[in-house]
Ligand binder design. Sequence first.
Ligand SMILES: NC(=O)c1ccc[n+]([C@@H]2O[C@H](COP(=O)([O-])OP(=O)(O)OC[C@H]3O[C@@H](n4cnc5c(N)ncnc54)[C@H](OP(=O)(O)O)[C@@H]3O)[C@@H](O)[C@H]2O)c1
Length: 334
Amino acid sequence: MFDFLIYLFIIYVVVYLVVFLIFDCDLETGFYDKFGKPIGHLRGKVVFITGASSGIGEHTAIALAKNGVKLVLTARRREELERVKRACIEASKTLLSQNDVLVIPMDVTDFSSHKKNWDYAVRHFGKVDILFNNAGRSQRAVFETIDMGVDRQMFELNTFSVVNLTRVAVNYFNTVGGGHIAVVSSIAGIVGVPYSATYDGTKHAIHGYMNALRSEKTGRGLSVSIICPGPVSTNFLSESFTNTIGQKYGKSVQPTDRRMTGERCGHLCAMVLANKIRESWVALSPVILFTYFAVYFPVSFNFLIKTIGPERLFKLRDSQELTLQEAYTKSRKE
Ligand SMILES: NC(=O)c1ccc[n+]([C@@H]2O[C@H](COP(=O)([O-])OP(=O)(O)OC[C@H]3O[C@@H](n4cnc5c(N)ncnc54)[C@H](OP(=O)(O)O)[C@@H]3O)[C@@H](O)[C@H]2O)c1
């Protein structure tokens, strides 16, 4: 009997490991992707997207456009937004016309513009159904070297802009009887990954705000989704903050890097919106497996981290060697 239970346990663990090596998302998201509502379920809805001029925001917009979802595209670069608008209309294969995709140039750290731009979108379409908070920037830096000014700027962009725009949207959704808020967080919002402490902090904070909002509005027609991507092929790395104000990390993602494609991530984000998934983890293996370990077996995960070491973890994330620590140590010696 005891042997039988041991065999069952081994089979259970093996099946789980194999599943995580195949899936590029958590099991719930994977299930909805195969058997849930299709993205076309959102046809005719209006989605307000921040950070739509590139990367995950752009690919989510295209995945939604293919299914006839009307879009509000926002970011700072107007010409890039116009390019994404053209791509969306083309991808929609006549489901969308010029009037169905609205471009609003907007810096999300200018909080005074949030309500004005939201109201403009509502006037244009007669409604907005979903807010997709996606704009954000990462960071590569050694913890003890980070300028507090960088911490403040990153919280303004990754956290407080999301909080303020979400408040504008929730106030609107209260008046129309419901709506859906989605936020692009990160696996770094669940697990403390090394060499991007401020970024981790901004994304962890998002989980606190959004989980509180969800519990406060339970049964009141408001859905809240948090999407946590692992490494995705976008401009993200070069745009990352460092430890110094005004500096960008500048390293590019290489085609050979182990990262999810922007298209696949955009598809999964759109699918999360269609199925109102509460929290979704989106990453290639072994990042998904690591995340399950970190959340469900924290003691084993700590042991694993000690064994692997922060440098190798960094390489797993960026597919590039760590140069930050060496650079910092060198500068201290000089
Ligand atoms: N790529 C990854 O590996 C990864 C992993 C986990 C989480 N994420 C999250 O995914 C989200 C999107 O990142 P991405 O990978 O798609 O990077 P990306 O290609 O660099 O896109 C970032 C977007 O944010 C916009 N943005 C940046 N600062 C802004 C500001 N002040 N006001 C308005 N828009 C601003 C950018 O547009 P403009 O420059 O035109 O303003 C751009 O459209 C971020 O929240 C990020 O934390 C990405």
